[in-house]
Design a protein around this ligand. Structure first.
Ligand code: PBG
Length: 324
């Protein structure tokens, strides 16, 4: 059928028609809200590059999570900034470490809120790399042991799901084995499978105080030029026992999300990262675009590309729009 018989505009005539034929929908059910927890009490420190986001101490974290739960958002993703950093990332797996304390407090006060933990070492190492250094290089096989231990300590504190993000080879297997040996065979693993060495993490590194002191992360995070490699990474993570796959960042990698959707039948997450959030906020503050509409369009695009789960700093704001 062709013009003039077929006129696509017929179905765009009014909002009711548009609602009926809408292919993709955004719902609070898909949202995960990242949160940054710091030591101390009564801390709520704004993250300057991410308006509306804060570093919070455990007392404020619990209040914030209650607001998030009341908006109908199913889960939070926790990042911790420890009291002190060292060469060996001791704070990452300490029984009373910052994330471990935060998880217990959250599960105690809001048991029906799902708590996911980011499992990485960059916030805990003095050099800011995602693992143990051997010379200038991150040593893969010692790092994955520490990641396993870290994930297990999160599970013991009550984490509902762990999300290894260090981009070490074999990390999903190491985490799965550590959880199983510790009796947490029913704790799922969300794998940051295709995580790129991206400029869009800039604001996060201020938020998590995790910028590498020297060098960059290109020897472990992926080259932005590659998408076949993303499929190889995901294939490995599936074999190692991942329950959910992730693509990160989201917006500049919609094609990777779409490919992952077509090639794997596991649930798929997209991480709408700090720089993507900061761009929208900055442009909106300058009056260059309508921040709310841009946010909803971006989040919808991730669902259209094929993501089931959207991890986003916009979670609260988006939930408010969806509940209006
Ligand atoms: C930890 C980690 C990072 C992000 C999530 N987990 C930073 C990095 O790899 O440098 C980035 C999240 C964001 O930018 O919102 N390795």
């Amino acid at each position: 059928m062709q013009y003039p018989e077929y006129r696509p505009r017929r179905l765009r005539k009014n909002e009711n028609l548009r609602r009926l034929i809408r292919e993709t929908r955004l719902s609070v059910d898909s949202l995960v809200c990242p949160l940054f927890v710091v030591p101390g009490s009564k801390v709520k420190k704004p993250i300057t590059s991410m308006p509306g986001q804060f570093q919070v101490s455990v007392d404020h974290l619990v209040k914030e999570a209650a607001v998030i739960r009341d908006l109908g958002i199913p889960a939070v993703l926790l990042f911790g900034i420890p009291e002190k950093k060292d060469e060996l990332a001791g704070g990452a797996f300490a029984r009373k470490g910052i994330v471990q304390r935060a998880v217990s407090a959250l599960k105690e006060s809001i048991p029906d809120m799902m708590v996911i933990t980011d499992v990485c070492l960059c916030e805990y190492t003095s050099h800011g790399h995602c693992g143990m250094l051997d010379g200038d290089d991150v040593d893969n096989d010692t790092t994955i042991q520490v990641l396993g231990e870290t994930a297990l300590s999160h599970a013991r504190a009550g984490a509902d799901m762990v999300a290894p993000s260090a981009m070490m080879d074999g990390q999903i297997l190491a985490v799965r084995e550590a959880l199983d040996e510790g009796g947490y065979e029913s704790t799922p693993v969300m794998a940051y499978s295709a995580k790129y060495a991206s400029s869009f993490y800039g604001p996060f590194r201020e938020a998590a105080e995790s910028a590498p002191q020297r060098g960059d992360r290109k020897s472990y995070q992926m080259d932005p030029a590659n998408s076949d490699e993303a499929i190889r990474e995901m294939t490995l993570d599936v074999a190692e026992g991942a329950d959910i796959l992730m693509v990160k960042p989201a917006l500049a990698y919609l094609d990777v999300i779409r490919r992952a959707r077509e090639e794997f039948d596991l649930p798929l997450a997209a991480y709408n990262v700090s720089g993507e959030y900061a761009m929208v906020k900055a442009a909106a503050a300058m009056g260059h675009l309508d921040g709310e509409r841009a946010m909803m369009e971006i989040l919808l695009s991730l669902r259209r590309a094929g993501a089931d789960i959207i991890i986003t700093y916009h979670a609260k704001e988006a939930a408010e729009v969806l509940l209006k």
